[in-house]
Design a protein around this ligand. Structure first.
Ligand code: BTN
Length: 321
């Protein structure tokens, strides 16, 4: 790590209090002028650092630059060594994660960006990803770190977002089967899980769990303005939220045979007990969502009293008004 990264780490540690140039130089074993230069370099990178002649330096509460150092600092120790890729702009963090996986072996990793020009959603839809108003991340997993069942990873990702948002903001979100997280009835987060196949042996080489959460977005285009929402909580810091989501995701992915996380999934379901419409084999159906089974399938009671189970795949559901 460069000196500026160590300085950033110290500023992040004492986020709400000043730390003097003298204290920094002593702690890091460098001259005060080296500290000053590191501070200038951090400011050039966009970090908002407040300086006071008597008290020293501190990060402004609004300082919110994506930083691998800061993300790593908030990651659990076990996950701190995973590679982190950060881009000011990328087509899609999922697509970039796939490119990275094709170019090198990756066991676990994290790709994130300030903005996505081609953010992807499920069923070929797009995901609105304007600069710096949300988090757009892809967690790279491999058969070494995760059970290969993509459905469970997507379900687990919803619970990871639910837990991270609760932990950092105290807000309770709701999960719409299978992969959307809602806040106060509007979509806050979308999840897209994709596999990377090894061309030579046809086996799944990596799984990419892509997660997008709107944080401060308030000008959604078109119909999104009616259906989407953002956290609207100042001062959380994107690095902290990314790390919290990744921590929960990696914890859950480490042992997906332990399905106790489905309790959170069910307890905070947006659909259970509701009348829903779903499209299956290009036909519209409706019924009542009555349960989520141990395999993550949505159990639906049809108008004829039959019980069927929907397994995510290509199904999209809508709540009936
Ligand atoms: C959906 O709403 O249907 C899923 C949206 C998934 C969006 C995330 S943002 C990070 C990652 N990169 C993408 O292109 N998509 C996912």
């Amino acid at each position: 790590m460069a000196l500026k990264d160590f300085v950033l780490q110290e500023l992040e540690h004492s986020r709400h209090t000043h730390i003097s140039g003298q204290a920094l130089s002593q702690k890091l074993g460098v001259t005060r002028s080296a500290v000053w230069k590191a501070i200038q370099a951090l400011k050039e990178d966009g970090h908002q650092i407040l300086s006071s002649t008597n008290k020293g330096y501190r990060l402004s509460d609004d300082s919110d630059v994506l930083s691998a150092t800061e993300i790593a600092q908030h990651l659990k120790e076990a996950y701190r060594t995973m590679p982190i890729w950060i881009y000011p702009e990328i087509d899609s963090t999922n697509t970039e994660a796939k490119r990275l996986c094709s170019a090198q072996p990756i066991v676990t990793g994290l790709v994130t960006a300030d903005c996505q020009t081609g953010g992807k959603g499920r069923l070929g839809r797009s995901f609105y990803s304007p600069a710096k108003t949300g988090i757009y991340l892809s967690v790279i997993l491999s058969p070494k770190t995760a059970f290969q069942n993509v459905v469970f990873l997507t379900t687990a990702a919803s619970v990871a977002v639910y837990r991270a948002v609760l932990e950092l903001t105290g807000q309770k979100t709701q999960i719409k089967w299978v992969n959307d997280v809602y806040l106060n009835g509007k979509k806050l987060c979308g999840i897209l899980t994709e596999g990377v196949t090894d061309m030579e042996n046809g086996q799944v080489q990596n799984i990419i769990v892509g997660i997008g959460v709107n944080i401060t977005t308030d000008d959604f285009p078109g119909t999104l303005s009616e259906t989407a929402t953002a956290l609207h909580i100042a001062g959380i810091g994107r690095n902290k939220l990314i790390a919290a989501v990744a921590n929960h995701m990696l914890d859950l992915a480490a042992d997906l045979s332990d399905r106790s996380y489905l309790d959170d999934y069910k307890a905070n379901s947006l659909v259970l007990g509701k009348d829903i419409c779903y499209v299956q084999d290009q036909t519209n159906h409706h019924g009542k969502a009555v349960d989520i089974d141990k395999d993550g399938g949505l159990v639906v009671q049809t108008p004829t009293g039959q019980t069927i189970t929907l397994n995510s795949g290509e199904i999209s559901i809508r709540l009936q008004k």
